[in-house]
Ligand binder design. Structure first.
Ligand code: HEC
Length: 695
């Protein structure tokens, strides 16, 4: 099949440039073993010339790039709302839709799958897998799902409790469901599944909250049968290793690392390479973060913080590239791996573009995993001076490893780049990366890392304390446009708040990105000039997508905020109950409008009848800021992920409060059960919340 690129209304010049520059032109014929490519496969190669957005990253290549140019730099000022759909309250609404054949599929919150008519917004069907009820302790981490996959008439979603579910795309009827996690596991799924050649592949997160050992599982898309599984870190040597790669990896670990699971979970990025028939995995941090506890004698700890290339048919290990040997900061390589063809020193190279948490942008040769370049993309990095191109290893700075117990380190655990999607415009050769420049302090003094044991209740226990650090040099959040060939910054736009949201690049010469101050914006790709902005009446952090139906181009995004980032950005005042989460769809000349209002300050409820016991409130504060803050915000100042408890009536009544917290009466609504807490602890929490309401 020849590459056909339809650049709607944007003119032949752009089409030609695109033809020359677009990289994913394979029809499978370069792969000797491939039979005739199925239509399901070609959909993921070219998205019906850009009309469809069939996968989390747009296409197989994860460029988050739309080949449509009908909406462009010349007319984006006329972009308006075509339709919107209100979505229920949930702790983490930051998810990306897909679009196939005029239908938008959205896995939302705790994986409630919706199908909408992409033109009219009519809800076609909805499937609720009741993940909160099935999640048990896993609900305490409150992430929700970030994406959905499509293959040959079926859509696929993961759930917080570890299921991978296939639904009929036409009716929403369940086709099959598989539990992908081992019994008793505290891990959970938050990332989008990916599909390739009739298989669905899924990982999971949870290396921070229990003895979890990372792996991915590939299932037959039709039957749900397990095709293969690949572990990312070695298990207990006494049980034997699954393969040579694990035996080799085990030589880079010390002590009894398997007791803590090791970590290395694949919680976000997986990229399929149709030209080489390979899967690339981006692996996560170690469990626990502190290497002194995890692998006391040191070692690289393979394959943490790595890109691992696997043979897509068998799941066999091919190569790896580790971005952070001996990780000890919750750094990971779970961020996008974008495939591109670049001309480097006059030579065409098939590369992976990868900006992990650690602050560098890596350009890696897909054929053999060799490093081509690694450039800093944020101003402050103090764990390494540079990456040695000859060895591919970082020139590490030992002081960052908190050898004396404490260190201030750039980037922070949030990463210079995290899950918010980067996008790549192959016409311009530019990559757009949401960045965050900030430090954090690590402190393990008095913790006796060697005595660490994995937490059993699914609570965060990284064997190191985090604390504030000197922010005076920190640049904060922003959107970086970068030329990976010339290795230089092209432009940079600061983002409001401490998170730069996910991006979409288009052949219309635009970059779309949400803003935590409640807008979706479009920037000119060449210089970052803001050309359009829409008031979404809620923070927009999820990834926008673009598609065309009946010759008309649309842009879609979910507005709404949450996760741990909510509490960190409470200054915007987004409220769980006041501001609606919505699927917003835009078209040129759209005239739709939204009801609702911008936030007003939270009004804490007074409780004159309650005598607050300062000692109980102090104990409750410690507990709250380890067990409740991820959703209700640090210091009980929420930022949209859950109700602001200072203004809620339930903490004014001891019985109601206890039923909610200990008995789990609100589990179906996403409020976890904390059955392990004693009566006193629950009262301590209540005194803390009420004390916060007095301030
Ligand atoms: C995973 C996210 C999450 C965590 C962690 C969490 N909550 Fe909640 N909580 C929620 C959500 C979501 C709701 C709203 C449920 C609803 O819509 O009724 C809620 C509601 C509540 C309510 C009722 C508020 C009202 O409007 O009356 C109380 C009380 C509460 N939580 C207390 C706690 C306490 C105490 C902790 C820590 C021990 C905690 N929560 C941890 C998500 C969370």
């Amino acid at each position: 099949m020849p590459l056909r690129m339809k650049v709607l209304g944007f003119g032949a010049v752009a089409s030609l440039v695109l033809l020359a520059a677009c990289n994913m032109v394979s029809d499978g014929s370069k792969d000797a073993s491939a039979t005739a490519p199925s239509s399901a496969h070609s959909l993921l190669v070219d998205g019906n010339d850009g009309d469809d957005w069939p996968a989390y990253g747009g296409l197989y290549n994860e460029q988050h790039f739309s080949a449509l140019g009908q909406i462009n730099t010349g007319n984006v000022s006329q972009l308006g709302l075509a339709w919107s759909a209100d979505l229920p309250a949930t702790s983490n609404p930051m998810t990306a839709p897909i679009e196939v054949d005029g239908v938008i599929y959205l896995s939302y919150g705790y994986s409630v799958v919706h199908a909408f008519d992409a033109v009219t917004g009519a809800l076609l069907w909805r499937h609720d897998p009741h993940a909160p009820e099935a999640s048990g302790v896993r609900l305490k981490n409150g992430w929700g799902i970030r994406g959905i996959a499509y293959w040959d008439g079926a859509v696929f979603t993961g759930t917080q409790d570890g299921r991978l579910i296939a639904l009929d795309a036409l009716t929403g009827k369940k086709l099959w469901s598989q539990q992908t996690l081992e019994p008793g596991s505290s891990a959970y799924i938050t990332g989008a599944p990916r599909v390739f050649n009739g298989k669905v592949i899924i990982g999971f997160g949870g290396a921070d909250v229990g003895a979890n050992r990372g792996y991915v599982s590939a299932y037959d898309a039709k039957t749900g049968d397990l095709a293969w599984r690949f572990y990312t870190v070695p298990g207990n040597p006494a049980k034997g290793f699954e393969n040579d790669a694990m035996a080799k990896a085990a030589r880079t670990w010390t002590g009894e690392w398997w007791r803590g699971g090791g970590g290395g979970t694949v919680w976000n990025a997986i990229t399929y390479d149709p030209e080489l028939d390979r899967i690339y995995l981006g692996t996560g941090n170690g469990n626990p973060w502190n290497q002194k506890a995890r692998s006391p004698g040191g070692g690289d700890n393979l394959f943490l913080c790595s890109i691992i290339a696997l043979d897509a048919k068998t799941g066999r290990y091919l190569w790896h590239y580790q971005t952070n040997p001996a990780e000890t900061w919750d750094y990971n390589s779970s961020m996008d791996m974008t495939l591109a063809d670049l001309k480097i020193d006059g030579q065409p190279r098939k590369v992976i573009l990868h900006a992990p948490k650690n602050g560098f942008l890596y350009v890696i040769d897909r054929a053999d995993g060799r490093l081509i370049s690694a450039e800093p993309i944020v101003p402050n990095i103090n764990w390494a001076t540079h990456i040695d191109l000859a060895t591919g290893r970082p020139a590490a700075i030992d002081a960052a490893r908190y050898p004396g117990g404490r260190a201030e380190v750039y980037p922070s655990i949030l990463g210079a780049h995290n899950w918010p999607a980067q996008s790549f415009n192959p016409q311009l050769g530019l990559i757009f990366i949401p960045t965050l420049d900030m430090p954090i302090s690590y402190d393990d003094r008095g913790l006796e890392p060697a005595a660490w044991r994995a937490s059993v209740v699914g609570r965060r226990d990284p064997a190191v304390r985090l604390g504030p650090a000197d922010m005076s040099k920190a640049q904060g959040a922003g959107l970086l446009a970068w030329d990976p060939v010339k290795k230089r910054r092209v432009w940079y736009n600061p983002s409001p708040g401490m998170m730069s949201p996910a991006t979409l690049a288009t052949a219309g010469g635009l970059v779309f990105q949400g803003r935590l101050d409640g807008h979706l914006a479009a920037y000119r790709a060449t210089d970052g000039a803001e050309l359009w902005r829409f008031d979404a009446l809620n923070a927009v952090a999820a990834q926008p997508i673009s598609y065309a139906v009946g010759g008309k181009q649309y842009v879609a995004v979910v507005a709404g905020f949450g996760g741990a980032a909510g509490g960190m950005n409470a200054q915007f005042g987004w409220d769980y109950r006041q501001q609606l989460r919505r699927l917003l769809v835009f078209q040129l000349g759209g005239t739709g409008s939204l009801s609702g209002k911008r936030p007003s300050p939270v009004r804490p409820l007074a409780t004159p009848h309650l005598d607050i016991d300062p000692a109980a409130a102090a104990r409750g504060g410690t507990l709250f800021n380890s067990a409740c803050n991820v959703c209700h915000g640090p210091g009980a100042v929420a930022g949209g992920s859950a109700p602001d408890l200072r203004a809620a009536s339930s903490p004014t009544d001891a019985q109601v409060f206890r039923r909610i917290v200990r008995d789990g009466t609100l589990v179906p609504a996403g409020m976890p059960q904390f059955g392990e807490l004693s009566e006193t602890e629950v009262e301590d929490l209540r005194h803390y919340i009420r004390s916060r309401a007095q301030m």
